[in-house]
Design a protein around this ligand. Structure first.
Ligand SMILES: Nc1ncnc2c1ncn2[C@@H]1O[C@H](COP(=O)(O)OP(=O)(O)OP(=O)(O)O)[C@@H](O)[C@H]1O
Ligand SMILES: [Mg+2]
Length: 270
């Protein structure tokens, strides 16, 4: 059984002018421990899809299920990083993380929660910023703190909506490597199941087992690509490989060519 199943899913938004179809007939599955990226142009419905997996939005028809059970609301089995900063403004950075842990790990003592919070702040390069409030941090720092909160919760499933979008190139590379290290774990326990939204094709290739391309208006499944590169992955080595350049060029062409998703033979030549 797949960890996540989306089947013939439609999502509509209602407003006073009528309804707007954001997602049309979306079907895909994510296996336990699989890292899947969704890419597609702005407005194609990526955040809508993630909000349905999170359980704060619901399909108008079709199925969105986890472990075979339709999603009925948010759950502590899912860690979420939103596209926009999502720290509670009235809590310090470390209390934000400790609060996440209080929801997901009710057996932890207060001291353990704060120790874990501080450890994860260190992992994302924010040691010494735990006592600051979100407004005292830059946008990229806030986003790193939100990522620390989701990672600290150590959930089976991670839903990440452009989590590294506001982060500078150097920290972004570090965060990608941290995410993969946590995802791969000790090699003994089961890996997390990750659904990751990004606009960045290099990031999608570096991180993912599989990339699903969405087409626009309404959002539909375009093409899917397996990313065959072995793990652990190293940025510098991967980017020089001819197979990497080939996959990257193919995805770039698809991303920038509106009609390419409709190619009959599935081949994309640039
Ligand atoms: N609450 C809402 N009410 C009405 N329409 C909405 C709402 N949220 C999103 N939409 C519409 O649904 C479509 C998909 O939006 P969504 O935010 O899922 O796109 P996205 O792929 O995440 O885009 P981006 O890459 O810019 O974040 C857009 O056309 C958007 O205008
Ligand atoms: Mg979005």
């Amino acid at each position: 059984m797949s960890k996540i199943e989306i089947k013939n899913l439609y999502a509509e938004y209602e407003d006073k002018n009528g309804s707007f179809l954001a997602l049309k007939d979306i079907s895909f599955q994510v296996k336990e421990g699989e890292f899947v990226s969704l890419i597609g142009s702005s407005g194609c419905g990526k955040s809508t899809l993630l909000s349905i997996l999170q359980g704060i939005n619901f399909p108008s028809s079709g199925i969105a299920a986890i472990d075979g059970n339709p999603i009925t609301g948010p759950g502590t089995n899912r860690g979420v990083v939103f596209q926009h900063y999502s720290l509670f403004p009235w809590m310090t950075t470390r209390t934000n993380i400790a609060f996440g842990l209080k929801q997901s790990h009710q057996n932890l003592s207060r001291r353990q929660r704060y120790e874990t919070a501080d450890a994860f702040l260190a992992k994302v390069g924010l040691s010494g910023f735990g006592h600051k409030y979100p407004y005292q941090l830059s946008g990229g720092m806030q986003q790193r703190a939100a990522i620390a909160r989701a990672l600290a919760m150590n959930t089976d499933i991670l839903l990440m909506d452009e989590p590294f979008g506001a982060i500078d190139a150097k920290n972004r590379t570090n965060m990608q490597e941290l995410l993969l290290a946590l995802w791969e774990g000790d090699g003994k326990s089961l890996k997390k199941t990750v659904v990751f939204v990004t606009h960045d094709i290099d990031e999608a290739i570096f991180l993912s087992d599989r990339i699903i391309m969405l087409t626009n208006s309404p959002g539909q499944i375009g093409k899917e690509y397996d990313v065959p590169f072995p793990r652990p992955r190293i940025h510098s080595a991967m980017r020089e490989a001819p197979s990497y350049i080939h996959l990257r060029n193919m995805l770039m062409a698809l991303f920038y060519d509106e009609n390419s998703g409709k190619a009959a033979d599935g081949e994309y030549v640039i």
